[in-house]
Design a protein around this ligand. Sequence first.
Ligand code: NAI
Length: 424
Amino acid sequence: MRSASDCTSNAVRVDVLGLPAVMTATQKLLLLEGVHPVAREALQARGYQVEALAHALEEDELVRAVKGVNALGIRSKTQVTPRVLEAASDLLVVGAFCIGTNQVALDVANTKGVPVFNAPYSNTRSVAELVLSEIIALSRRLTEVSGRAHKGEWVKSAAGAHEVRGRVVGIVGYGHIGSQLSVLGEALGLRIIYYDIIKKLPLGNAKVCETLEHLLEQADFVTLHVPATPSTENMIGEEQLARMKRGACLINASRGTVVQIPALAAALKSGHIGGAAIDVFPQEPASTKEKFVSELQGLANVILTPHIGGSTEEAQEAIGHEVADSLVRFLEQGSTLGAVNFPQLDAGAARGAHRILNVHRNVPGVLGAVNGIMSELGANIEGQQLMTDANIGYLIMDVARADAEKVCARVAKLETSIKTRLVY
Ligand code: NAI
C-alpha cells in the first residue's frame, strides 16, 4: 500500500477538452447520488475509470467504497466524515455536485491535502428566471385566480391585475443572481434599482441605491439575493416592511434567515404588503417525508415554493459540467481555483515540463528544503507557485522532464509533505 507521502504519477493519454495530454486511465473515480450523466461522460471521455451509483452511501459503506478511489463525487446527502477521509488513503479530490459543502469535513480534508470543489453559480440563471416569473405571477395574482378556477369559480376581472412594464424592481444583493435578474428584468421593461454593500457596476440602465431604506421606499417589488451572513440575518423585519410602498411585493429566493416570517405574515394580513413569493424558510423540512409548516400558508397572493429556485434539469447539467471540469483541472494540472477549503492556485498547463504537486504542512522552511533538493540534483525549476492557508501550503512546481521523477520522490519524502504527485 502507498503511503500518503509517496510520489504518485499519471499515465500519458490523448488530448481532449483543450487540456494537455496527461494520465487518467489508472485513476479511479466514484460518483454517488445520481450525479448528472454529463459528468460521468466527460470524465470517461478523458479516460478515467468511473463508477457511478444512483444513491448515497452510509458512512460504513463509504469507508469501504473509497479504498483505491482517487476522486469522489457526491451531492448533498453523502456525509464525507473524518472517518471516511481517514480511510480514503488514495483520495486526491472531492467534487460536491451541488452548492453547499457542509456535508464534507472540510478542515479534515484540507489537512489531508484533499481539495473540495462545488458549483456555486451553475444555477444562477434558474433562480433569476424563477424570480422573474414570480414578479409577473404576483402582478396578475395568478395563484389566486388559478386556485379559484380549479375550484370551478370563473372570476373574470381586471381588478388588482397589473402589467409589469415600467414597475420598479429593487434588487438587494447585486451579485451573480441579482445582476442576472437585472439584465433579464430590463428586457421585460422593468426599472431596476439595486442595493449592495460592495460597489457594483450597474448593468444596463440599473440604478444604484445608497441605502437599503432608499430601495425599500421606491420599489414595487423587493427581491433578496444576499448570502446568509450576520449582516443579512433578519434583514427584512417589521421596520423594513413598513418602509416598503403600500401594495408592494416581497420575494425571497436567497436564504431563510434573511426575512422575519412572522413580520411578513402580519404585513400581508394587514394589506400593507400586496404579495410575496418565498422559496427559502428559517426552518425547512430535512426530507420530503417531513411536513412543511409556515405562517404564510393560506395567505392571499403568496407563492410558496420548497427551495427550488436553483432546481432545474439545466442547472443539474451545468453543475455536472462545472464540477467535472474542476476535477479534471485539479487531477491533470493541479488547479485549485474555486476549491472551498484549499489555497487557490492555477498555473495553467505545464508546457514542455513535468509538474510536481506538493501539499505540505505550513511550517517555515519548506520551500528552502524543496529548492535544496533541486540544487542537489542539479535540476532546473521551470515554474513555481506556492500558496498557503492556516494549516497547509500548496506548491506547484514545473521541472524538466528528465529530473521530475527523482525530484518528486525526494520531495514526497520530506517530513513536511502530506501529498505529493507528478502530472505529465
Ligand atoms: P453572490 O455572492 O454572487 O451575490 C451576493 C451579493 O450580496 C454580493 O454582491 C454581496 O456583496 C451582496 N451582499 C452581501 N451582504 C449584503 C448586505 N448585507 N446587503 C446588501 N448586499 C449584500 O451570490 P448569488 O450567487 O447571487 O446568490 C445569492 C443568494 O441566493 C445566496 O444566498 C444563495 O445561497 C442563494 N441561492 C438560492 C438558491 C435557491 O435555490 N433558492 C439557489 C442559488 C443561490
